[in-house]
Design a protein around this ligand. Structure first.
Ligand SMILES: [Cu+2]
Length: 133
């Protein structure tokens, strides 16, 4: 009797573990598929001393990856203070940055490299990220 109960308990516990593992695996696979479907990659050019496009729009909650090419002769980078984005990109290089779009609003994009030009040139490197409701 005791043995049977123990065995039953073990089988039940094992089933539960298997069930949990398979459902977790299923969920993460589904999540990956969704990300691949809706993650647009927007090509952005940073140069000496500006952004193209200078306005980027995305819907709140939609995933967005910026593929940033530095076509300038100086090192630049993307800095979005309010979103915690700060990544440099050397001249001639390409980086990808994923943007957190959970908060709607207007965010200033700046150059992350204060030494990319003189103070005026660097200060002019502004673009706008619009996350709409
Ligand atoms: Cu710069």
């Amino acid at each position: 009797m005791t043995l049977t109960r123990k065995t039953l308990f073990r089988v039940a516990a094992l089933s539960l573990v298997v069930l949990l593992l398979t459902s977790c695996a299923g969920q993460s696979a589904a999540r990956e598929e969704r990300n691949q479907e809706v993650s647009p990659v927007l090509k952005v050019e940073v140069s000496d001393w500006g952004w193209n496009p200078s306005t980027i729009m995305v819907k709140k909650g939609e995933s967005m990856t910026l593929e940033i090419t530095n076509t300038g002769s100086m090192p630049h980078g993307i800095w979005i203070p309010k979103l915690g984005v700060n990544e440099g990109v050397s001249s001639g290089k390409v980086i990808q940055v994923t943007i957190d779009t959970q908060t709607a609003g207007k965010f200033v994009i700046r150059c992350s490299d204060p030494m990319c030009g003189n103070a005026e040139q660097h200060a002019d490197m502004n673009a706008t990220l619009l996350i709409t409701e």
